[in-house]
Design a protein around this ligand. Sequence first.
Ligand code: ZN
Length: 230
Amino acid sequence: MTERSGWSRTAALVRALALGAAIALGAAWAQTLPDPSWPDLEPAFVDHVCPPSDNPPVARTEAERARFEMRARYRTVMPAFYAKVGPVPDALLLMPVQGVRVSQVTDTWQAPRGGGRLHDGQDIFAPVGTPVRSATAGFVYRIDDLSLGGLTVTIIGDGYKRYFYTHFDRVPDDLLEGQRVTTDTVIGFVGTSGNAAGTPPHLHFGVYAGDPWACEWRAIDPLPRLVDRN
Ligand SMILES: [Zn+2]
């Protein structure tokens, strides 16, 4: 399902205002920046521009073109998020799904999926509506509804790692892009949105690393780093 309740109205309003301001200033688009009340730990990232991707995806449909364009917009602010985080990645990731033990997770890293794809993450099963908390501290980089991924939250944490949480039923009304989160912050509720429709409800949890100056996205397995909360 794609219900985003009050959040989407708030976010849509914020974006509309930002877009209005951007047009007034002559800019093409104003993507949400990380919370300015936090210091820039690595100021060199603030004005960094991501180099073009080696293999830019070619859109085959109008929907894909719009999706790639949106991804490119987020990419323009990724270095501003990198400026806010520390250089050392979290060695341990706290179990994001409430009430699930790490020992209950079946390892499906790189398992074959439809369309010749490999599974770039882990699936953590729980009833619809189960709260999901951030596995690390960080900043909310993106909240979006992706066609395959469904309702998705991406968080940038220390070490320039990107934590991708998806198939949410809904996200909290007060969760906003740019906001700082801790491991206590609820970032969504388990669901079946996107290509999880018709499957048992679960969180898809992905972790991405790679050269931050190249704005590279390289999937790594979250399971070896996952630990129980208590
Ligand atoms: Zn998955």
